[in-house]
Design a protein around this ligand. Structure first.
Ligand code: NDP
Length: 246
């Protein structure tokens, strides 16, 4: 029996990258897992199929995080289809790097909608289902704390908002026995930030461990936060960045 047996998780943005690794890891720990995606239907269905191979239920739901109603529906659909909801992982996010003079109000609205409002909407909807022992885990970024290059105004803003959400939500939900924590990755080799991308050498140059991490590195910390051993941890922002920010 895994440490998440009889638990159900929803991982937003689980079709690729860090979210897919988290979804598979939680399934290997025994949880039924639903994922959302925006456009990658085929990849999302493949992740759901792999989840099913671990002897648990997998479900892929199309839900654009820019649309709060879609996110809210995905939360309720997960609970209805997979038997309640115990773990919410707010992972879906977009990167947007441009200098301030080139940024638009539309871009401000988009990154706020996907990286922040969707987290608020999903977390609020999850309260209809989460009980004592419930877990909400946000995927923030180490750039909430340190922005080493130009162009990160909106991304850093959105991930710093997650730090604030984590603290406030932890205070509100502590009395209900629900913990809220924020995992802040550094460079992780995904489509968003490939280890062979144009900025990769610079990113490696400022790391204490000069290699990109993997989705599995992040999934291991999320699995700990999703499980019973993390019961006393809440409101924390945990940076896992290969020593980028030190
Ligand atoms: P990827 O771009 O590789 O994957 C993004 C995932 O989120 C995909 O599953 C994608 O779905 C989904 N997604 C994106 N936009 C939406 C949307 N509007 N609605 C629903 N789903 C959406 O990103 P990563 O795996 O690298 O990043 C995951 C999280 O980790 C993000 O929050 C990111 O900010 C954070 N992060 C990543 C770092 C890195 O170095 N990679 C570093 C620090 C933080 P689809 O396939 O359908 O597009």
């Amino acid at each position: 029996m895994g440490k998440l047996t009889n638990r159900t998780a929803l991982v937003t943005g689980g079709s690729r990258g860090i979210g897919a690794a988290i979804a598979k890891r939680l399934a290997r720990e025994g949880a039924n897992v639903a994922i959302t995606y925006n456009t990658s239907a085929e990849k999302a269905e493949a992740v759901a199929a792999e989840i099913s191979q671990y002897g648990v239920k997998g479900l892929a739901i199309q839900a654009d995080s820019a649309d709060p109603q879609a996110v809210i529906s995905a939360v309720h659909r997960t609970a209805a289809a997979l038997g309640g909801l115990h773990i919410l992982v707010n992972n879906a996010g977009i990167g947007l790097y441009k200098e301030l003079k080139d940024l638009t109000l539309e871009e401000f609205d988009l990154i706020t909608a996907v990286n922040v409002r969707a987290v608020f909407a999903a977390s609020k909807a999850a309260l209809d289902h989460l009980g004592k022992g419930g877990r909400i885990i946000h995927i923030g970024s180490c750039q909430a704390e340190h922005m080493p290059t130009p162009g990160g105004t909106l991304y850093a803003m959105s991930k710093t908002a997650i730090t604030g959400l984590t603290k406030g939500m932890a205070r509100d939900l502590g009395p209900l026995g629900i913990t809220v924590n924020n995992v802040q990755p550094g460079p992780i080799d995904t489509d968003m930030n490939p280890a062979n991308g144009p900025h990769a050498d610079y990113e490696r140059s400022i790391m204490a461990l000069p290699e990109f991490g993997t989705g599995e590195d992040i999934a291991a910390l999320v699995a700990y936060l999703a499980g019973p051993e993390s019961a006393y941890m809440t409101g924390a922002s945990l940076t896992i960045d290969g020593g980028t920010n030190i």
